[in-house]
Design a protein around this ligand. Structure first.
Ligand code: ACO
Length: 321
């Protein structure tokens, strides 16, 4: 996480909002923001180094880097290549995944295929975002929601019956207009006009995204559990994308799961986009709250629209435990 903390009280001085509104409507009280001299690859490298350390691994042990982000450092090259270089690797393959805030779920699912086919043995998977660089700091509808951060895991072989039990992915481009950064790509390249119209900033229909999230999160959770022949009662912890406490509460009701089992750190970090799931997983693991054999349900939703889930059985060999 970046060091710089931006509280709701700081935001009160920037836009017409209040700590009370933000806490009641979103559950967020503060978030971390990168400073001017830091980039998203720096956050990613920090997270990657810690994941390697926790697994007693060196970068030389890794066969592939997959980085999920919706705030890449540049349109090209991929942020994964920048991270590969900063980690001191020479020719290891590296690529980005763009799947909105569901990126980490997509990255795990893609990584799982390489492990299952035996093509790669150990994959560094990173979720890193710095949406603060794409926020219109005069738009109270969006600027109160997002924070910056990164998280990482190493995916590798574990004993039979453990590890990733199932994956479920979905997307609906019909909802692409609900959450976007319209300019900066090839459709609307940067011009004075695009800059003045703030087309390089996050543009969101909050109400529609909210409704979508409340539907998508339980649907993805149930679909992934079904594929793993499990039910919600088997789940030790749900680690959802951290977007809004009210979304998580609604999902808990729909899934009929005790809200104690739903991991949330949104109050202190806000919505860190594709980094939110690995950050929450890291906190849970470091608090030694996960036991061998526990079933974890990772579930996300985001721009695209995209949504998905992974079911994991925590194993002895699970790294970063
Ligand atoms: N402070 C004070 N008032 C505000 C603020 C603010 N920061 N933001 C909006 N309001 C006002 C609105 O202008 C509106 O006023 P009006 O009634 O006079 O028009 C009123 O509050 C209610 O606005 P709503 O949009 O209806 O508020 P809602 O309860 O829906 O909360 C929110 C808005 C928090 C954005 C919610 O819709 C939400 O969380 N949506 C999901 C967003 C999300 O998850 N996005 C990320 C997806 S993941 C990814 O891929 C990045």
């Amino acid at each position: 996480m970046p060091d710089k903390v931006l509280t709701n009280f700081d935001l009160e001085k920037m836009v017409d909002t209040s700590d009370e509104w933000i806490q009641t409507r979103t559950g967020i009280s503060k978030r971390r923001i990168i400073s001017d001299n830091i980039n998203v690859s720096d956050l990613a490298v920090e997270a990657a180094r810690e994941a390697l350390l926790n697994g007693n691994l060196n970068i030389a042990d890794i066969d592939l880097i997959i980085l999920s982000t919706c705030s890449p450092e540049m349109v090209m090259p991929s942020t994964a290549c920048l991270v590969q270089q900063k980690l001191g690797a020479k020719t290891m393959p590296a690529f980005d995944i763009s799947a909105g805030c569901t990126g980490f779920i997509y990255a795990i699912t893609v990584g799982t295929q390489f492990i299952e086919t035996g093509l790669y043995k150990k994959i560094l998977i990173i979720g890193a975002d710095a949406l603060s660089r794409y926020i219109d700091w005069t738009d109270r509808n969006t600027c109160v929601l997002f924070g910056d951060g990164a998280g990482a895991i190493v995916l590798g072989e574990v004993e039979e019956g453990y590890g990733i039990l199932s994956n479920y992915l979905a997307a609906s481009g019909a909802g692409a207009n609900l959450l976007q950064i319209p300019a900066g790509g090839s459709r609307v390249p940067a011009t004075e006009n695009s800059y003045e119209k703030k087309l390089h900033c996050v543009n969101m229909n909050g109400n529609e995204v909210f409704k979508f999230a409340v539907r998508a999160l339980p649907q993805a959770a149930k679909a992934a559990l079904k594929k793993a022949n499990l039910t919600i009662d088997d789940v030790s912890y749900v680690i959802p994308h951290q977007a809004n406490t009210r979304i998580l509460e609604a999902a808990a009701r729909k899934l009929k799961i005790n809200s104690d089992k739903i991991i949330s750190n949104i109050d202190k970090f806000g919505n860190t986009s594709t980094a939110s799931i690995p950050i929450a997983l890291d906190e849970l693991a470091k608090a030694h709250r996960i036991k061998v054999g526990d079933i974890l349900l990772l579930v996300g939703f985001g721009a695209g629209l995209t949504w998905g889930a992974n079911v994991i059985k925590w194993s002895k060999a699970t790294l970063s435990n």
